[in-house]
Design a protein around this ligand. Structure first.
Ligand code: SF4
Length: 237
């Protein structure tokens, strides 16, 4: 549920290093040009305001999980779907500096300690209806978390969990019922390093071409053409 973007860069001596996150890596996968503009030039895509109900719901879920963590129990809403326990003392954010100086950061919503003692990421997602698959962006997010857990020295496996929350038909005067489906995801941390290398190559190169099917860059290009026409028209007067 956490929405977190970190795309800053710093210069250490002669070497420029970048900080990347699941959000920026997903942007790289989606469009290298937008990624380059956002990370290398600090010109991010315009953000869309997050509905405040999502933040409120996020807080309710976290408080609910923390209550059961203190009791040493799994919250009843997930206890019938997974086995394990909510570990204590886990970091709120994970980080690892690659050999080429790239800093990778991730902030899982929570973790689950499985019965074999390994610890895996556990994230919360809010939806309008029960899940019908796992979004590729969420898969990459979980791949990064597994990668970072391993790099941070935790005993982990290539696995993560997503808890989807969605409203169910209810008589509102009795309160709104919330459904919860927990999905196990097999993660692929091995692809993260390759992705980081490719992302870094892009950052250190020239601005990539726009996607051919993106209406926003077409719009920018149309506006630029219009402004040239306008300037030509103005000069002519
Ligand atoms: S093609 Fe679309 S996604 Fe890519 S840089 Fe242009 S606006 Fe961004």
């Amino acid at each position: 549920m956490t929405s977190w973007t970190l795309s800053s860069w710093r210069i250490e001596g002669e070497t420029m290093t970048y900080s990347l996150s699941p959000t920026s890596l997903n942007l790289f996968v989606n469009c290298p040009r937008c990624f380059w503009l956002s990370v290398a030039k600090k010109v991010p895509r315009p953000s869309i305001p997050m509905p405040s109900i999502v933040n409120r719901f996020d807080g309710i879920v976290k408080d609910y999980f923390n209550r059961y963590r203190a009791l040493g129990e799994l919250p009843p809403i997930i206890a019938w779907q997974v086995k394990g326990r909510l570990p204590r003392g886990m970091p709120t954010s994970l980080r690892h500096e690659e050999d080429n100086g790239v800093l990778l950061l991730g902030r899982p919503d929570d973790y689950l300690q499985l019965e074999d003692g390994t610890t895996v990421p556990f994230d919360h997602k809010t939806r309008a209806s029960p899940p019908d698959g796992t979004h590729p962006a969420h898969r990459l997010q979980l791949d990064v978390y597994t990668y970072l857990l391993g790099k941070s020295g935790y005993e982990t496996v290539d696995k993560a969990y997503l808890a989807y929350y969605y409203p169910e038909d209810s008589d509102l005067h009795d309160g709104m019922r919330i459904g919860c489906t927990v999905v196990e995801v097999i993660t692929n941390p091995a692809r993260v390093q390759d992705l980081l290398l490719r992302a870094c190559d892009v950052l250190n190169g020239p601005i990539p071409d726009p996607k051919t099917d993106c209406k926003y860059c077409k719009w920018v290009s149309a506006v630029q053409n219009e402004s040239i026409l306008f300037r030509v028209g103005t000069n002519a007067q």
